[in-house]
Design a protein around this ligand. Structure first.
Ligand code: GLC
Length: 615
């Protein structure tokens, strides 16, 4: 059993539940019925099932006013690019007023725009312009906590009797043992926090407020107090904030830290699951009592009911780091009581287990094949959401790359899986051009507070948040006219940028554009079932996207070499109900592959990707 401390992705260890590493796998091999269900083409054209959703970190996408920080008008300027790429929806990380302690995930007003990103009028213009480009807007909604500067918290913290006294999670603490350090003078004597809960971002999860003579709970920074979701008034207020945006026309929400919404009412101590300390120097306590409580699902059902009243298939996307694929299933709810449309499947792209050696999942074929299969068979036919990159984790370029030599080929493999799988595809700005992680090398350059408190074990998330690289032009690669951008531009911008890659026929950007075109225009990739092929091959991942029997359209086969050696492959397509092996390449990243005529024997160069159409 792996322990959180052994997972090399430090941030992932912070953002994933302790159970992630401790729960024994509930994997059961798929049944024939489950495999058949996945192999059946869909006729469901609900927009989000076929969508490419593109995450934008607003500080880092496009600066329109030269202050070195991205903004909403910047996003509007770049809609044409997103449209040409084939993006169906953008998810914008929080752009609400915020003290920016956690760069927007500490919200001080849920129904306005932070002045550094623009105005509500700018937002409405963006929404209208996006609609004109057939691009929907999904907002990030942080339901778990507010900023400590939010008027609700300011009022709540002022006394024990104000109207919002019970809007956050308050506790008297417990009597301080003799010689306790950090004891506080409560109304009835010295007290310490009520339990051993640790904040994900370091230190005790409890903060003392002298005016109340009480502690409040915060799962993240102390400037992010947790709302008390046991209080119906909190739910009403948050739902009404969401309605504000739904009424304006947003297509849905990405729900931040949603599994953490409620805590154990009895505030029981967490078990310690490992000796020693985590990256933040805190004891390794579990999260049994602060994560995935059954009551969260009750809130999700009511939320789903509220959102479903709006026309146009609004979507609820969940930030769901979970122990295994089967644990994702409950987040969809049931037909009678639906919850989220798209809880994220982090198992393929972010799960760190898999290597027999205990190494990072990296490009572990066994892990990919198993989790990609589970994604189709373990979710009771619910629609999966596949994702490899976000603003909290090292970019996939580095996570799966081999350190340089084959990174471009490996990035094509990841893109091919993302866009040719039977799932919704969620990507992150810059992944399409192969942006890499630019982790600060000096503590004084760090902007993300967890990088400051955790240095040098945890260097924070700045590396995956550097500005989008648009052009090879100094000083700021087309992101800004200001040389002083909020994070430095990645030093690879002269070659890794949209303009240069647009002109390069073999660029990752053009590879990605072609994949997205296929996804939109090819019936097998758009609607087809999926069947894993050659499932005992330890070097090559291959699968078919099928078409209905008798269809005039052709099935597609994807073959990806996960090794640095040339591999000869003999594919039997009959498991996918395909009798022909005659094929032509639609997309191949090696010259020899483009002239392929059969799938019964072909050779894949190191880390090569092939998408072929069966004739
Ligand atoms: C989510 C966000 C992350 C943020 C945290 C607290 O995990 O993705 O960026 O720091 O929630 O809101």
């Amino acid at each position: 059993m792996r322990k959180r401390t052994q997972i090399p992705l430090l941030l992932l260890t912070l953002l994933t539940p302790a159970g992630f590493a401790q729960t024994a796998s509930t994997y059961t091999p798929p049944t024939v019925a489950e495999i058949r269900a996945a192999a059946t083409p869909t006729s469901d054209q609900t927009w989000w099932k076929h969508a490419v959703i593109y995450e934008i970190y607003p500080r880092s996408f496009q600066d329109s006013n030269g202050d070195g920080v991205g903004d909403l008008n910047g996003i509007t300027q770049r809609l044409e690019y997103l449209h040409a790429l084939g993006v169906d929806a953008i998810w914008i990380a929080p752009m609400y007023p915020s003290p920016q302690i956690d760069f927007g995930y500490d919200i001080s007003n849920y129904t306005a725009i932070d002045s550094q990103y623009g105005t509500l009028a700018d937002f409405d213009r963006l929404l209208a312009a996006a609609k004109a480009h057939n691009i929907r807007i999904v907002l990030d909604m942080v339901l778990n906590h507010t900023s400590d500067k939010h008027p609700w918290f300011v009022e709540s913290a002022a006394s024990r009797t104000n109207p919002r006294a019970d809007w956050f999670v308050w506790s008297d603490g417990k009597p301080a043992p003799a010689n306790a350090v950090n004891a506080h003078q409560g109304p009835h004597g010295l007290v310490v926090p009520p339990n051993n809960w640790i904040a994900l971002f370091g230190g005790s999860a409890w903060e003392w407020v002298p005016t109340r003579g009480q502690f409040y709970y915060h799962n993240f920074y102390k400037q992010q107090p947790d709302l008390n979701w046991r209080n119906p008034a909190v739910e009403q207020a948050m739902f009404s904030s969401m309605r504000f945006w739904l009424d304006r026309g947003v297509a849905g929400f990405r729900l931040d830290a949603i599994t953490d919404l409620l805590e154990d009412a009895a505030l029981r101590d967490e078990p310690v699951y490992a000796p020693g300390t985590n990256a933040q120097g805190d004891p390794n306590v579990s999260d049994t009592y602060t994560n995935m409580l059954p009551e969260v699902h009750e809130v999700m059902r009511r939320l789903s009911t509220m959102v479903s009243k709006y026309p146009g298939d609004r979507v609820l996307i969940g930030e769901t780091y979970l122990p295994d694929t089967a644990a994702i299933r409950p987040w969809y709810g049931t037909p009678a009581q639906p919850e989220l449309q798209l809880p994220m499947d982090m198992m393929v792209g972010f799960h760190s287990e898999g290597g027999a050696s205990g190494s990072n999942v990296a490009l572990n074929l066994t892990h990919f094949r198993q989790t990609l299969t589970e994604m189709q068979t373990e979710l009771d036919s619910h629609w999966p959401l596949l994702v490899f990159d976000n603003h909290d984790n090292t970019r996939s370029w580095d996570r799966f790359g081999d350190g340089g030599a084959h990174n471009p080929q490996i990035a094509r493999i990841i893109a091919t899986i993302l866009y040719t799988s039977r799932s919704t595809a969620l990507t992150y700005y810059g992944a399409e051009i192969g942006m890499s992680t630019h982790t600060p090398t000096r503590r004084e350059d760090v902007r993300d507070p967890i990088g400051l408190t955790g240095w040098p074990r945890e260097k924070g998330r700045d590396g995956e948040r550097t500005p989008m690289q648009w052009t090879p032009a100094p000083p700021a690669a087309g992101f800004s006219t200001n040389a002083h951008t909020w994070l430095p531009i990645g030093n690879d911008f002269p070659t890794v940028n949209v303009a240069t890659e647009t002109a390069g026929p073999n660029s990752l950007l053009n590879w990605t554009r072609t994949l997205i075109d296929l996804r939109r225009g090819n019936p097998a990739v758009h609607d087809g079932g999926i069947v894993m092929l050659d499932t005992t091959n330890a070097s090559v991942l291959s699968y078919a996207r099928t078409v209905p029997a008798g269809s005039k359209f052709h099935p597609i086969v994807v073959a990806l070499n996960f090794t640095a050696e040339t591999q000869t492959v003999h594919l039997d397509l009959t498991p996918a109900g395909i009798t022909s092996t005659t094929a032509k390449a639609l997309l191949a990243d090696a010259a020899d592959l483009t002239s392929i005529t059969t799938l019964s024997t072909f050779t894949l160069p190191p880390y090569a990707s092939l998408v072929a159409e069966v004739q």
